[in-house]
Design a protein around this ligand. Structure first.
Ligand code: ZN
Length: 315
């Protein structure tokens, strides 16, 4: 009888432990969603095993009936789902930060590029055009997304993929999440390694410093006031984290000096660097390839404004 009671008690204990375990697990999973900074804990290795992807490297043969003299390189940062906009993306009442475009705006802009027959160039094609090795169609564009926000995997990626477009994403590699955190659009989050690997068929991941995407107390970009050997060390790591990719660079905040240009050009193998100076990229107007202008697509732009940008009619 005593043995039987012990047996029953044992069963109760097992049932209790299972239920308790399920409850703990449930809380753990759900609490994670409310811990936005957890991805910063324990980050040691930011190396992402990116591959060489054909669509980013191939220079296509274009049917050029009307050729372009210059090309708009358009720039985005976050692409946020329309229903998930909260106070931290607003500069003031009803005015989004320039770096926040809604998913529906982005979707309409990409749809327009598709319907109007635009050619979305990869970086090799842009470089070949700038060095006058190829002609490109009049309706050409390059799409760039800076900083590697997590949004782009969930919002921009499926849209770009639908139209077979590629885009360049400049990554601050110290921010790469080692493990996947749940996507919460209300929080500023960065891409994880897995998300980067899964989206490299669309995104060409390029360098944006390892850990120099900050300003000092006087508001100067760290890239400009950090000693040269430390800048070189930072860029070395940045390249290594992107599995050796060393083709294009984007200056944090678009700020650079003659010295930063020379580091990219002489100490590394970067072939191009992008600023945030508004303008169009063309073979004739560039002093060299280390100060390519870009046009930021602001959330305030209508579709007509977007068309005007593409057609070279202003910003
Ligand atoms: Zn940036």
């Amino acid at each position: 009888m005593r043995l039987f009671r012990r047996f029953i008690n044992g069963i109760y204990l097992v049932i209790f432990l299972v239920i308790f375990g399920v409850i703990i697990h449930f809380f753990y999973i759900h609490m994670q969603a409310f811990l936005p900074f957890k991805e910063e804990v324990g980050l040691t290795d930011h190396h992402v095993l990116l591959e060489e992807v054909d669509v980013h490297n191939v220079i296509r043969n274009f049917d050029v009936t009307e050729q372009a003299e210059c090309v708009p390189v358009i720039m985005y940062h976050r692409i946020v789902p329309d229903q998930r906009l909260v106070s931290n993306v607003y500069e003031s009442k009803n005015k989004l930060y320039k770096t926040v475009v809604t998913e529906s705006q982005f979707s309409k802009q990409m749809e327009y590029l598709h319907e109007a027959g635009y050619t979305v160039l990869n970086l090799r094609e842009l470089y070949a055009f700038l060095t006058e090795q190829i002609d490109i169609p009049k309706k050409s564009v390059v799409i760039t997304l800076d900083d590697g926000y997590k949004d782009i995997y969930y919002t921009a990626y499926p849209i770009l993929k639908k139209y077979n477009f590629t885009a360049v994403s400049f990554i601050i590699t110290s921010e790469i999440e080692e493990k996947n955190a749940t996507y919460i659009p209300e929080v500023y989050q960065y891409l994880s390694k897995t998300e980067m690997l899964k989206s490299q068929d669309v995104f060409d991941y390029q360098a944006h410093t390892f850990d120099l995407h900050e300003r000092d107390e006087e508001g100067v970009s760290l890239l400009l006031n950090t000693p040269k050997h430390k800048v070189k060390n930072d860029l070395q790591q940045n390249i290594q984290h992107l599995n050796g990719k060393e083709f294009a660079f984007a200056y944090p905040f678009g700020e650079y000096t003659r010295e930063t240009m020379e580091i990219l050009k002489n100490e590394f193998n970067f072939k191009m660097a992008f600023t945030t100076e508004p303008g169009y990229a063309s073979p004739t107007e560039l002093e060299d390839f280390y100060q390519i202008p870009r046009i930021e697509v602001s959330p305030e732009y209508s579709l007509d404004d977007f068309k005007a940008i593409l057609e070279g009619k202003g910003m």
